[in-house]
Design a protein around this ligand. Structure first.
Ligand SMILES: Cc1ncc(COP(=O)(O)O)c(C=O)c1O
Length: 423
């Protein structure tokens, strides 16, 4: 094996080999130009069609197109009736808005540690976090691997709780043959740049419950009861936001949706190649897909087994040095989160709306990061990749990246952590 690129050796992944996401074709150009050439640029025909097509694709009765996944999550929290002082259970590791969406409606996030193997909420720890104030559970199908929804739904039914699925990374992921977003009371998808369906920004709220859909629509559009397709009375019947999508973005989303199944198939094929190629790399913990779960491989997330590699310092330092070595080889790896959610300042300082709100409305919640050891271990030792798994990249790019990762781990003892981090 040749010298590491970070130590002056040759780079393993040639510059320009890995192509950016998403592929843009004449289909995208046609949809977007057609949108431009019609008169309704705010709420237009593409918004209506996108809702219908996405609902059909995912198997939901109702879909509401939004300007972000976070908006769709907040609509879910509101539609499920979570209000001042209510507690909502969320995983201790996710994107910030999986938890701050709860604050948006004056409710209080209660964190539950993750299961280290799957990186998802530890379903065996949910019940212990339920109190008389608990109203809902937000599950996040992180990195495109579904949560064990059988277990979550049975806990929710037993305690009379609502379930909101954060599917922002999980388009097309399945649990026991059923798509995510069809298990809970409602769900949120994101169409942000890096997501499996990209429309620049954007999102979708989905549900099978007509009452929840109506409540979510009020939050979505100024507290009004009539949609922009109907004759509006411009009356705020409740507190609402402006979470609607626009026609251009919806047009782009529709064009990408037409190829989503093909994209997910490619991601699965590429993940299988990486899993095979990297199976015997010492010190590398690869993503799992337990029986009954079918991941979309949104983010191929590995963990470094620092103890197996003889590292005795802080794991994040070792990981950061390895990341630099991987990046120097041309591997598009990144650290997805540097902090577990309860450690973020908004929760440590409880500084959401000021004057103690919303925590002043509820009971005592404990955000001590030490209560979430699995989430912390994961945070300190992980790195992930969205590319080269995505189209338009092919198996050759994937194999080249696998070779580069093997090169770094085979030469790991060549890595001077202090020197690399100081550079
Ligand atoms: C798990 C998860 N939840 C929620 C979001 C929020 O989505 P958006 O950026 O569209 O608001 C994201 C995206 O970054 C995410 O990864």
């Amino acid at each position: 094996m040749s010298k590491l690129a970070i130590n002056g050796g040759p780079r393993a992944v040639p510059d320009g080999l890995i192509k950016p996401w998403p592929p843009i074709t004449d289909v995208d150009r046609k949809y977007v130009l057609d949108s431009l050439n019609q008169p309704n640029h705010a709420w237009g025909p593409n918004c209506i069609a996108f809702e219908q097509e996405f609902a059909k694709w995912n198997g939901n009765k109702f879909a509401i197109t939004t300007n972000s996944g976070t908006a769709a999550l907040h609509m879910g929290v509101a539609a499920c009736g979570c209000g001042a002082g209510d507690e909502v259970i969320v995983p201790a590791y996710s994107w910030s808005s999986s938890a701050t969406c709860v604050l948006h409606h004056n409710a209080i996030p209660v964190f539950v540690d993750i299961d280290f193997a799957t990186i998802n909420i530890d379903v065996n720890k949910i019940e212990k976090a339920i109190t008389r104030r608990t109203k809902a559970i937000i599950v996040v199908h992180l990195h495109g691997l579904s949560v064990n929804m059988e277990k979550v739904m049975s806990i929710a039914r037993k305690h009379g709780l609502k379930v909101i699925e954060d599917c922002c990374q999980a388009h097309g992921a399945e649990y026991k043959g059923k798509k995510v977003g069809t298990f809970g009371d409602c769900a949120a998808f994101s169409f942000n740049q890096n997501k499996c369906l990209c429309s620049g920004e954007g999102g979708m709220f989905v549900t099978d419950n007509e009452e929840l859909a109506a409540k979510a629509r009020m939050v979505w559009s100024f507290g009004e009861t009539r949609t922009p397709s109907e004759k509006r009375d411009y009356h705020a019947y409740a507190l609402g936001w402006m979470y609607r999508n626009n026609d251009l973005t919806a047009a782009f989303g529709r064009a990408q949706l037409a190829r989503l199944d093909e994209y997910i198939k490619i991601q699965r094929k590429h993940a299988a190649i990486l899993l095979k190629e990297l199976a015997n790399v010492e010190g590398l913990i690869l993503p799992v897909e337990p029986p009954g779960h079918k991941a979309n491989h949104y983010n191929f997330t590995c963990r470094i087994d620092w103890k197996a590699l003889g590292w005795k310092g802080h794991p994040a330092r070792f990981r950061d040095a390895i990341m630099k070595a991987l990046n120097a080889e041309g591997v598009p790896a990144h650290v997805w989160q540097h902090f577990i959610l309860p450690a973020m300042t908004v929760f440590q300082a409880k500084n959401a709306f000021g004057k103690g709100s919303p925590w002043c409305f509820g009971g005592k919640v404990d955000y001590d990061p030490k209560r979430f050891p699995a989430a912390q271990r994961h945070t300190d030792s992980h790195f992930g990749m969205t590319n080269p798994l995505r189209a338009p990249n092919g198996p050759e790019a994937v194999r080249t990246v696998a070779k580069a990762i093997k090169k770094v781990f085979a030469n790991i003892r060549e890595l001077d952590v202090d020197k690399v981090l100081a550079s």
